[in-house]
Design a protein around this ligand. Structure first.
Ligand code: 3HC
Ligand code: NAI
Length: 696
């Protein structure tokens, strides 16, 4: 018998309790423990019914993901659940916390389900590139119909106990002592129930098929290229055509296919990478400071977005702007976000008003004297930022944390305007800041550990995914973006159109191409940066003027209706612009370049090689602590398809040796741009891959 599962008889009810912190994942010991306890309870004449419950914070949150990719020992989860379902005594699953994946499948295989009112249930396997593999695809639709089941499995988002009860997935909701309530319930039930009724019991096949068709349509746009959603639909469809046991076989086969795919390897990597990015040395050495109030300086695009993120996280915000007109606009920017949600029916006016009570607008810096942290989001100009920090230094209390949302500037050159540079960090949010998950936490050398730890605690509060970045130009993300952006410009000058490049990116799984992204962000930003960098640019580097020429026409992207694409009548999706192609052709001919054609494969090989090579430099310089932090940065901040794990994980799967060979081939064309990173060269020489560096 294993310690992770215990059985106690409470008079005539056997209580099987799972105790495998932190989330009661269903590893070997738990599976075996449940099965053993079940057999003993079934054979015990004194027992009339059985309760399965989790101890600690949750009912099992799923299979043990760390076992995936290893040879899993029997009993496997489907077998355990089959035993539960075929048990001759009623089995009641008592759910609290997050009953997810295999955990919820245990509940679905049980005869009755009781849940704590705050419990959440769901089948999130799709986020790991998988499908429910222990009967979930077959039992769930039989209980609640195709539409609801498909929604639960394709979105993968946990639902509340109440929503689950309304859908027929939970029999009873309770508040307070779940164990006691479950024992009472188990005393009331007398019969075993089956969830695996045969297909004939499905009443309306036409409606079921219509739901399948709608789901299919949804995934072809929103989950394009992903394998698991297609397989989920195939398994749900099988319910119409196959008996339960055959549907189960199909589900198992699909599960194993997904498990063997690079997509699931990429997504499982992303799952652990996201959790490990928050584990930084500073946070392990120091406790975060108290963080109950926030100041935000600047109410423009970023200041307003950061404010919304903070208000949503329950943090009161004092926003400072330059003058009365600007603060009115700042408040307006915040309200606009909520008004859109109200218009879409995703928020009530009451909810908006409640959140806005946490907001104070001001033009007086003294109003920040009591806040615990200030985030500056004013114009990207060093003189302006320094002036703001000088003022902040005079008014904020000792112990308050100061942060800048700068995109590129060195934090030291900002913090030196204060007498407390050790209290200053960078907090680089992404636009729109209330939506984008990534938060780069920029750590200058002088920053105190507890100041850094407070940055990470803010991220948690705002439900952001934090990544620690060193204080170097562009940090992790924008630094690497700069490099592959230039690679795209080289390909454009050499013969690829911006539209071919964007299409290759879309096919790879990006939600938008890089040129569409530039148009969205505004081409003037990059233009300003290039002009500022011109005096120090190395004359040996290849410089492509296409974007400059576009900007010279006043075409700054979506906001001017024209950039790399044309946006007719305010359209958000651009169409191809023949004049942009003429500009490119003109530049090529002036440089004497004969355009060559690029396949989508070559475009992606070059693009990713530039990204990974610069990623290696970022690692070599210590700007990122580990490759998986770069993966997290690109998945959560730059649209890199999560199912490919991130650029460094992708490189491992593609083959680091092959990627180095590509770079060395490109180096022959342009030895300045394509200098292979020594880190990559050494790694290949030692037979290592990025995963080895993650472990190291
Ligand atoms: N297996 C192994 N470890 C797990 C795990 C799992 N299923 N779920 C969470 N963990 C680990 C995390 O890695 C983390 O470890 P760490 O402390 O060493 O970093 C720890 O548990 C706590 O997790 P979180 O930091 O994520 O804690 P939260 O409280 O923020 O979230 C949670 C809890 C909602 C349960 C979240 O962890 C989660 O979503 N887990 C994954 C759930 C899931 O995907 N289940 C399906 C698994 S696949 C499956 O069941 C297949 C089946 O159909 C056959
Ligand atoms: P913005 O121009 O929309 O807003 C800047 C705001 O700062 C304006 O409302 C202005 O009135 C205010 N401001 C200027 N000087 C001030 C002062 N002395 N005191 C108080 N308020 C002052 O700019 P945006 O886009 O919000 O950028 C802000 C910062 O965030 C910049 O450093 C930028 O590089 C960075 N950033 C921008 C991103 C983006 O996508 N826009 C993404 C990530 C970071």
């Amino acid at each position: 018998m294993f310690d992770q599962v215990t059985r106690t008889n409470e008079q005539n009810i056997a209580v099987i309790e799972i105790n495998n912190p932190p989330v009661n994942a269903l590893g070997y010991a738990v599976r075996k423990g449940i099965l053993d306890c079940l057999k003993v309870a079934e054979a015990d004449d004194a027992v009339t019914a059985i309760v399965i419950i989790g101890s600690g914070r949750t009912f099992p949150a799923g299979a043990d993901i760390t076992e995936f990719g290893t040879v899993m020992k029997e009993p496997h989860l489907p077998e355990v659940i089959d035993h539960i379902e075929s048990c001759s005594k009623p089995v009641v699953a008592a759910l609290h916390g997050t009953a997810l994946g295999g955990g919820f499948e245990i509940a679905l295989g049980s005869h009755y389900r009781i849940a704590d009112a705050n419990a959440r249930v769901g089948l999130p396997e799709v986020h790991l590139g998988l499908l429910p593999g222990a009967g979930g695809t077959q039992r769930l639709p039989r209980l609640c119909g195709a539409a609801f089941a498909l929604d639960v499995m394709l979105k993968g988002t946990p639902i509340s106990a109440k929503a689950a009860k309304d859908a027929g997935l939970i029999d009873r909701i309770t508040k307070g002592d779940l164990r006691r309530a479950a024992i009472t319930f188990a005393n009331e039930v007398r019969t075993v129930r089956k969830t695996c009724d045969e297909t004939s019991q499905l009443k309306d096949h036409a409606a079921y098929r219509a739901d399948l068709a709608a789901a299919h349509k949804m995934i072809t746009t929103r989950m394009k290229g992903q394998i698991a959603p297609l397989k989920i639909i195939a398994c749900v469809e099988a319910i119409l055509e196959k008996p339960f046991h055959e549907g189960r076989q199909l589900e198992r086969q699909c599960f194993m296919d997904c498990m063997a795919s690079d997509q699931s390897k990429g997504m499982i990597h992303a799952f652990f990478a996201e959790r490990s990015s928050a584990k930084v040395p500073e946070a392990s050495r120091a406790e975060p400071r108290i963080l109950e109030t926030l100041g935000v300086v600047g109410g423009g695009t970023m200041g307003a977005g950061i404010t919304v993120a903070a208000l949503n996280g329950g943090l009161p915000v004092t926003m400072i702007e330059r003058d009365t007109e600007s603060i009115a606009r700042g408040r307006g920017n915040v309200e606009k976000v909520y008004d859109r949600l109200v218009a879409k029916g995703r928020m009530t006016t009451n909810e908006k008003n409640t959140l806005m009570t946490l907001y104070t607008g001001s033009t007086n810096y003294n109003d920040l004297s009591n806040v615990d942290m200030v985030i500056e989001a004013v114009f990207e100009r060093l003189d302006v930022k320094r002036a703001v920090f000088e003022k902040l230094d005079k008014v904020i209390k000792p112990g308050a944390v100061l942060a800048s949302n700068t995109s590129y500037l060195n934090i030291d050159s900002i913090s030196s305007a204060t007498k407390r540079p050790d209290q200053v960090i960078g907090l680089h949010f992404f636009s729109p800041a209330n939506i984008m998950k990534l938060l780069e936490i920029v750590v200058p050398e002088q920053a105190a550990d507890d100041v850094v730890a407070t940055g990470f605690s803010l991220a948690k509060r705002l439900r952001k995914v934090p990544v620690r970045a060193g204080n170097a130009t562009g940090f992790i993300g924008n630094r690497i973006l700069g490099k592959y952006g230039v690679c795209a410009a080289h390909m454009m000058e050499d013969g690829a159109t911006p539209y071919e490049i964007d299409n290759a990116l879309l096919d790879f799984g990006y939600p938008m191409g890089i040129h569409a992204m530039y148009d969205l962000a505004g081409l003037d930003i990059g233009w300003d940066n290039r002009k500022a960098a011109a005096p120090t640019r190395d004359p040996d580097t290849r410089y492509v003027t296409i974007a400059d020429r576009i900007c010279e026409n006043g075409w700054f992207g979506q906001k001017t209706g024209r950039g790399f694409y044309i946006y007719k009548d305010g359209a958000r999706r651009g169409s191809h612009d023949p004049e942009v192609l003429s500009i490119i052709a003109d530049i090529r001919s002036k440089k004497g370049i004969t355009p060559k054609s690029f396949s989508a494969t070559e475009i992606m090989e070059r693009y990713l090689a530039a990204m990974v090579n610069e990623g290696c430099e970022v690692l070599r310089e210590g700007v990122a602590l580990k490759p998986s932090d770069i993966d997290v940065t690109f998945v959560y901040g730059y649209g890199f398809p999560r199912y490919r794990g991130g650029p460094m994980k992708y490189a491992d799967m593609y083959g680091v040796q092959k990627m180095l060979t590509n770079i060395q081939k490109y180096e022959k064309e342009d030895p300045v741009f394509w200098k292979p990173s020594q880190l990559l060269v050494d790694m290949v020489a030692q037979g290592k891959e990025f995963e080895d560096l993650n472990k190291g």
